[in-house]
Design a protein around this ligand. Structure first.
Ligand SMILES: Cc1cc2nc3c(=O)[nH]c(=O)nc-3n(C[C@H](O)[C@H](O)[C@H](O)COP(=O)(O)OP(=O)(O)OC[C@H]3O[C@@H](n4cnc5c(N)ncnc54)[C@H](O)[C@@H]3O)c2cc1C
Length: 325
């Protein structure tokens, strides 16, 4: 059953939109009678092509005043422009990302409407959209729907909850949003931006992820994880324990308060498998775990478990892969 028009907040990426935006467009198509994309910044032609290819019929686009990544906070002006629309949708979907949360939070305050956060699944019950959120490390699900009918219903969706499904549609019809007066909140400005240097695939998009945990023993041993990631063309991840210990940056953390990954192969090395880690990787297609404790919870989700010392297993694995060229 359709729930009316759904706006999807899409995030520009080089050549189109971010993969999470494609996932959200697929989710919106399941329930929306009409799906439109809303976006600030990026190349409008590339964004409308990508949004259309994933089923959006229109793109409401707010231009970035200058293409340098400094200046006014775009989320502020986008939220203001969307709040002022005289044809509000039934539902707005945004991603649990920095930009998605920023726009949803500002819209919530501006429209005096709550946001259902941390959603990993959507369903329709009695004609209303229901957000399903796992709690207690994924052991219990909470179902939430809006009781009132006034205003758009805003849901924040966790990455990797839905599968992107291109429809091959034509570019979404481009509608330019007028720059809005944001009042005092418009005073916030981005004064600088820094693109993280990285080689290889991004952690949340890689087909192979190798993660290290406290079982590595010391910061220097994380090199083995990076080396393996390089040899397998994958990305290196980490448990929170070693992020908190300062061994690796937060951007590499997998889990409830880090990134959600869903690679073809996830290799957990010296990671116990706490529920907060599992919620970030348990949907990986194949899970391999290396842990010296046969009772470690990570083996409960592993397809292949190696009971052994990472300091013996990983060098052997690296050596074997190197010898294959
Ligand atoms: C609100 C909240 C949010 C959280 N969010 C996250 C999150 O996003 N991501 C996350 O990862 N955690 C998160 N945590 C922390 C989580 O609860 C665990 O503390 C953390 O995941 C443990 O990391 P670890 O597995 O590396 O360390 P440990 O739990 O200490 O496990 C180390 C493992 O290494 C094994 N080991 C030791 N030596 C060796 C060896 N030589 N060879 C092989 N195995 C060895 C041990 O048997 C053990 O199983 C969160 C916690 C809270 C409260």
């Amino acid at each position: 059953m359709g729930v009316g028009t759904v706006w999807v907040h899409v995030e520009p990426a080089p050549g189109g939109v971010a993969s999470i935006s494609e996932e959200l467009l697929a989710a919106a198509r399941r329930f929306g009678e009409r799906v439109e994309a809303v976006c600030a910044g990026g190349d409008p032609d590339a964004v409308s092509a990508a949004a259309g290819e994933h089923g959006a019929s229109a793109l409401r686009h707010l231009e970035r005043p200058d293409e340098a990544l400094v200046g006014p906070l775009l989320a502020t002006s986008l939220a203001e422009a969307l709040a002022a629309a005289d044809d509000p949708p039934a539902v707005i979907l945004a991603a649990t990302t920095y930009d998605g949360r920023d726009v949803a939070g500002r819209l919530s305050a501006r429209l005096d409407i709550p946001v259902v956060t941390n959603v990993t699944e959507l369903a329709v019950s009695n004609g209303a959209l229901v957000g399903i959120e796992p709690i207690f490390g994924g052991t219990t699900n909470v179902h939430t729907r809006f009781a009132g009918t006034d205003g758009p219903q805003i849901f924040l969706i966790r990455p990797k909850s839905f599968q992107a499904e291109p429809t091959g549609g034509p570019p979404a019809q481009l509608v330019d949003l007028p720059a809005a007066d944001c009042g005092a909140s418009g005073a916030a400005r981005v004064t600088g931006s820094h693109a993280e240097q990285s080689t290889g695939p991004k952690l949340d998009e890689a087909a192979v992820v190798i993660s290290g945990g406290r079982g590595l023993g010391e910061a220097g041993k994380y090199e083995m994880i990076e080396q393996l990631a390089g040899l397998l063309g994958g990305a290196a991840g980490a448990s929170r324990a070693i992020v908190d210990a300062g061994w690796v940056p937060y951007s590499q953390q997998v889990g409830q308060t880090g990134k959600v990954v869903k690679p073809d192969v996830y290799i957990a090395c010296g990671i116990s498998g706490a529920t907060q880690h599992l919620v970030g990787m348990k949907n990986s297609r194949n899970i391999v775990a290396v842990n010296k404790d046969p009772e470690a919870p990570i083996f409960g989700v592993a397809d292949l478990g190696i009971v052994g010392d990472v300091h013996k297993v990983l060098p052997r694995l690296i050596e074997t892969l190197q010898s294959r060229g």
